[in-house]
Write a protein that binds this ligand. Structure first.
Ligand code: URA
Ligand code: SF4
Length: 216
């Protein structure tokens, strides 16, 4: 309909991304992003966090319920599990930069308690949010990227990405015109949901050990 188009109809964060100012400017600008409809129901933008000088960048899917409330990535149950696995693999979580492919929490409300249930972002939403991830990569210039699950993998490596095929290996791919090294693994939330939780955790741990070795 003419005259009622909103910025989110364009499905791209591009016009909201500043081209100078570093991570602090990106974070400030992302707070006002309306590059897709997901900002409407979420509490706030959850931008990446951590060291601008980090050698390792971890990319998840999207903020969860806790992250949406607190405004920081990976501060809920999945984040606690991830921190434990990182430490066990010999990586200090404080030395990493952590972010998500999508910066707003997508959810549905379950009756009768109206709990907010995570809903996977679509490829269209992930693509819309891509300019933020590209800008973070350009600022942090990590030596290695740990790809946490399918959404992050598709965001970085395209829609044909399959976690099970490449997890625990060091990939060398060109992303946004720059060579990057990546180690894909499962999403920590998938470990929490797994029937064999110990087995799934050991799998995540051994993939993170591959990442730790690749950094040495
Ligand atoms: N899951 C994610 O992918 N990211 C978060 O920040 C929290 C849970
Ligand atoms: Fe912008 Fe990404 Fe949020 Fe969509 S999900 S409004 S593109 S920050």
């Amino acid at each position: 309909m003419v005259g009622t188009e909103t910025p989110e109809d364009a499905y791209t964060a591009e016009p909201f991304v500043p081209d100078r100012g570093g991570l602090p400017a990106l974070r400030r600008a992302a707070a006002d992003c309306r590059g897709c409809p997901l900002h409407r129901d979420a509490t706030q933008t959850v931008f990446g966090a951590g060291k601008a000088t980090a050698r390792l960048m971890l990319v998840g899917e999207q903020p969860g319920d806790q992250e949406d409330r607190q405004g920081e990535p990976f501060v809920g149950p999945a984040g606690r599990l991830l921190d434990r696995a990182l430490e066990e693999a010999g990586i200090d979580p404080a030395d990493t930069y952590v972010t998500n492919a999508v910066k707003h929490f997508k959810f549905t409300r379950s009756e009768p308690r109206k709990r907010r249930i995570h809903k996977a972002p679509t490829l269209r939403e992930t693509t819309a949010c891509g300019p933020w991830l590209a800008a973070e990569l350009a600022q942090v210039e990590p030596e290695l990227i740990v790809v946490l699950g399918a959404t992050a993998g598709k965001a970085l490596l395209g829609s044909s990405f399959r976690v099970t095929r490449v997890r625990g290996t060091v990939l060398e791919e060109e992303i946004n015109g720059r060579p990057e090294r990546l180690v894909p693994t499962v999403h920590p939330s998938a470990v929490l949901r797994a029937e064999d939780r110990d087995g799934a955790y050991q799998g995540l741990l051994s993939d993170l050990e591959v990442a730790a070795r690749a950094l040495r």
